[in-house]
Design a protein around this ligand. Structure first.
Ligand SMILES: Cc1ncc(COP(=O)(O)O)c(C=O)c1O
Length: 403
């Protein structure tokens, strides 16, 4: 029995953070016997255990005074230097180690954006649908949301233009536009080159900051590579969030931010009061992993496996889903996004799906305004190809009853 009513003590901010019905439902989907297409995690069978262990052993044996010690808040210099090379490889110009700060995953980078840029009541613009945990962070900092729809070519930048005009007329200056332009979570789509260029132009004209979150861009298995917004940025308007979670392993909890030095200095100060520094041991091992050139060959292994699983899911959707369900064909990343006719309520259907032995993520979780009840996110990285096909078959039976 709780003797204190803690809500009276919690801040307004803390009281805003609540467990949602969606999370409760998600828990149902992780019961044994259920094929969950709901998770968003990388395939653990592909973690580069042997190679990473080699690097961990090396940093423990040879540089324990670094790997087991507190490190610089901004991040381990040799790792930042490796990340300069990765940035250059991506076509980002004029970056040195002082433009880079190491975070404990890109989720921490997102939270720093909230801490650094959002005062209570500030307006932020996101895509709809968009990454759930970014919305949670912005909401905790009491942002007001404006949203831009996403279609097959990414966020609709014409609508962003109209929205910026409308906000200007009302005297509102949005703090930033948060976007996941490549293999978006949850929609799986990428913003076209034309839209990317237009977005940069609009940002210049409207004095807008862009937060580009790119955890999936390296996981392209077909189609043309697209430049990141950061690579197209000529005015240091893009704050670029990256992570090792999907290309190495999320358990090392390492991400990085590429931004103007002024921005990096500010985040550095904020990080001191958050966690002093990201784990020195995984930073040192990851620097070694990059130096030994283990990242890119291993990425090929990951991409090959995900390409196969994505194709199995696409084919199963073609075979088992009713034609009324619209889905994207993934060129990379980890998700297929399914849009059913409006009358299908994927939230109401969730319990029935679990009874039939399959789970997905409710699309409505990814809309800041809670809409999108007829949408679902399907993940193909966590299950075997056999389970993917069986999961889609089970879901198809249910969807045929509903449309
Ligand atoms: C779009 C997006 N941003 C950020 C994250 C956070 O990743 P991490 O903190 O593991 O780097 C995720 C994780 O799934 C994501 O999908």
């Amino acid at each position: 029995m709780a003797l204190l009513n803690y809500e009276d003590f919690f801040t307004e901010r803390a009281n805003r953070v609540k467990s949602s019905v969606i999370r409760e439902l998600l828990r149902l989907g992780s019961q044994p016997g259920i094929i969950s297409l709901g998770g968003g995690m990388p395939d653990p069978a592909l973690f580069p255990v042997k190679l990473f262990k080699e690097c961990m052993d090396m940093v423990l044996e040879e540089i324990p005074h670094i790997s087991l010690q507190y490190g610089e808040t901004v991040g381990y210099k040799p790792l930042r230097e490796e990340l300069v090379k990765i940035s250059e490889k991506e076509g980002i110009k004029g970056v040195d180690a002082d433009n880079i700060l190491i975070t404990s995953g890109s989720q921490q980078g997102i939270d720093f954006m909230s801490k650094m840029l959002i005062d209570k009541g500030d307006t932020v613009i996101t895509e709809a649908p968009t990454y759930l945990s970014a919305v949670q962070s912005f909401d905790t900092f009491m942002a007001k949301f404006e949203t831009i729809p996403v279609d097959d070519h990414g966020a609709d930048i014409d609508i962003l233009e109209q929205k910026l005009k409308m906000l200007k007329e009302k005297g509102i200056k949005p703090k930033f536009f948060y976007t996941v332009p490549t293999f978006q979570n949850p929609a799986g789509v990428s913003m076209s080159l034309e839209r990317r260029k237009k977005l940069i132009q609009l940002a210049i004209e409207n004095d807008l900051i862009i937060i580009e979150d790119n955890p999936y861009g390296d996981l392209r298995f077909t189609g043309e590579n697209l430049p990141s917004l950061k690579a197209l940025d000529t005015e240091d308007r893009v704050i670029y969030l990256r992570t090792f979670s999907k290309i190495l392993a999320p358990g090392i909890r390492l991400g990085w931010i590429v931004a103007a030095k002024e921005v990096i200095s500010k985040i550095n100060l904020m990080k001191q009061s958050t966690d002093l520094c990201s784990p020195a041991i995984t930073q040192a091992a990851t620097a070694e992993y990059l130096k030994r050139d283990y990242l890119w060959p291993h990425l090929e292994v990951i991409k090959k496996s995900y390409a196969h699983k994505a194709e199995v899911m696409r084919k199963a959707i073609q075979d088992y889903f009713p034609s009324e369900i619209k889905t994207n064909t993934p060129e990379g990343g980890m998700f297929i996004w399914a849009v059913a006719p409006e009358k299908v309520d994927a939230t109401a259907m969730f319990r029935e799906a679990v009874d039939k032995g399959v789970a997905y993520i409710l699309g409505s979780a990814f809309y800041p305004d809670g809409s999108g009840h007829h949408t679902m996110r399907l993940n193909y990285t966590m299950q075997t190809p056999e389970n993917i096909e069986e999961g889609i078959r089970r879901l198809g039976i249910l969807l045929k009853e509903k449309v």
